[in-house]
Ligand binder design. Structure first.
Ligand SMILES: Cc1cc2nc3c(=O)[nH]c(=O)nc-3n(C[C@H](O)[C@H](O)[C@H](O)COP(=O)(O)OP(=O)(O)OC[C@H]3O[C@@H](n4cnc5c(N)ncnc54)[C@H](O)[C@@H]3O)c2cc1C
Length: 433
């Protein structure tokens, strides 16, 4: 039986997180906005403002809750993470303070899963401890959604591999101590079998950042996503993550959870939109009455509330399926959530923007940035179209073609069968009249 109640002890944690985010983290969002601040772990700001808050979270037993206790996490199931990430999704620094900031969280997961003891000691431990940042480098300039066009490759040379090629949109590379790079190691087989992943120190000779690309209206050169060239970058053979040809299996481990966590945080962002929408509706008077009294406003509020509730339940259900059956068995649910995320987010932002008029599109509200974030949700970690394809493929597996020339719901055939079953009764009821 479905049960939406929350364990009182966990609810107490959630209440604490909500208060902590509001009182301690949201002011940081306002005073220190920008990617630099989130990823630059060597900055005085990070040392003085972020680390003490991280320590409070650790002392409270809420650090990196997505990881197992073996790696210093809490081993929370996805349903618990959904409630928690909903709160953290309201704040830019929330995930950083709680040790679940992408891409570090996903990178930590795959090293924990596939890394050797030496790799874990060298890369995972400082990453989990929040001392260093990392980067995930998979997308190439000529194509991200289709790995079949990837060309960046590594060739074995004695005890080393030599990486050559270009990658695109490698987020936060400028602050990374190491990168996880996906490359072709066997061009003679299909890419799903011929690609491997390497742990590459960011100061390796030959890594050339062509430029840092920004999103939306970020100033030229100040963006956080690197267009990067690997010019015969040499890495020791022991830096291979997992086995040769395992890159896609590793990527799936990383992306499934990551996609769901983005959706969980989006629930928080969408509920923030609803808060802004309702407050505005109750605060602004036009033509002698509150906006809240206009039917058009009520429709916006109802639509935002309904879509938020539907989305939240969808995310919780996907999280529950992962907890029950594992991420692989939940690929349909995860893909469906991923496809729904940008649409729900975008529509919520647009309604809230509209009701705020000029203020809504101005740089004095968070909405323009949220709109761009909603669009990127439909591209990062794979475009919506590809996730819909996955949903359709998985749904179709549950169906079979019609047996004859007509659909199984074709009424004349069904009626004929039903009439044959009840022939006696039909005949008697006709003769009764
Ligand atoms: C904010 C942000 C951060 C990112 N961070 C990283 C990162 O850290 N590391 C990394 O490696 N990558 C990163 N990416 C890149 C991201 O993974 C790619 O953008 C994504 O996989 C899509 O690839 P693409 O941009 O090359 O688009 P393309 O593959 O060129 O696709 C463009 C469009 O074509 C259409 N399309 C594509 N395939 C299909 C299809 N099969 N059927 C129908 N239509 C289709 C869709 O409309 C799609 O949006 C990031 C992207 C963003 C926006």
């Amino acid at each position: 039986m479905a049960d939406f109640s929350i364990d009182p002890n966990f609810q107490e944690q959630l209440d604490w997180i909500r208060e902590f985010v509001k009182a301690e983290i949201e002011p940081l969002d306002l005073a220190f906005a920008g990617e630099d601040m989130v990823y630059n772990k060597a900055s005085a700001f990070y040392e003085e403002a972020i680390r003490p808050l991280q320590q409070i979270v650790k002392d409270r037993g809420l650090w990196s809750c997505h990881l197992t206790p073996e790696y210093g996490g809490q081993g929370y199931g996805q349903v618990q993470l959904a409630y928690m990430n909903e709160i953290l999704g309201r704040s830019q620094f929330g995930p950083t303070v709680f040790g679940s900031q992408a891409p570090d969280s996903g990178n930590a997961e795959i090293i924990a899963h596939y890394g050797t003891p030496e790799q874990k000691a060298k890369y995972l431990e400082p990453l989990l401890d929040g001392r260093i940042s990392s980067c995930y480098s998979m997308t190439e300039p000529q194509g991200g959604a289709d790995p079949g066009v990837f060309t960046c490759s590594a060739v074995r040379d004695g005890d080393e591999w030599v990486i050559d090629g270009e990658k695109w949109f490698a987020s936060s590379l400028r602050y990374a101590t190491f990168l996880i790079v996906m490359v072709i190691t066997d061009p003679d087989v299909v890419v799903h079998k011929g690609a491997s992943m390497f742990l590459v120190p960011a100061d390796s000779p030959g890594i050339e950042v062509v430029r840092n690309v920004g999103v939306g209206q970020e100033a030229e050169g100040h963006g956080g996503h690197a267009y990067v060239r690997y010019n015969s970058v040499r890495v020791p053979a022991e830096n291979l993550l997992g086995g040769e040809g395992q890159a896609f299996a590793i990527a799936q481990t990383r992306l499934g959870g990551g996609r769901l966590h983005h959706a969980m945080r989006t629930v928080g962002a969408v509920s923030r939109c609803l808060d802004m929408l309702c407050e505005r509706a109750l605060s602004r008077t036009t033509q002698g009455e509150l906006l809240a009294r206009k039917q058009a406003t009520q429709e916006k509020i109802a639509d935002s509330f309904i879509e938020l509730l539907q989305f939240k339940l969808q995310v919780l259900h996907a999280a529950w399926v992962v907890d029950q059956k594992g991420g692989h068995a939940a690929r349909k649910e995860i893909a469906a959530v991923k496809a729904a995320t940008p649409k729900v987010y975008r529509e919520a932002v647009l309604r809230t923007m509209q009701l705020h008029g000029a203020l809504g599109v101005s740089n004095e509200m968070p909405l323009a940035n949220m709109l761009m974030a909603s669009v990127t949700m439909g591209i990062a970690d794979g475009p919506t179209e590809v996730h819909k394809f996955t949903v359709a493929r998985e749904v179709l597996k549950e169906y079979a073609p019609a047996e004859g020339d007509w659909p199984s719901e074709h009424l004349p055939e069904r009626r004929a069968a039903a009439r044959a079953e009840f022939a006696d009764l039909l005949e008697r009821s006709v003769s009764d009249h």
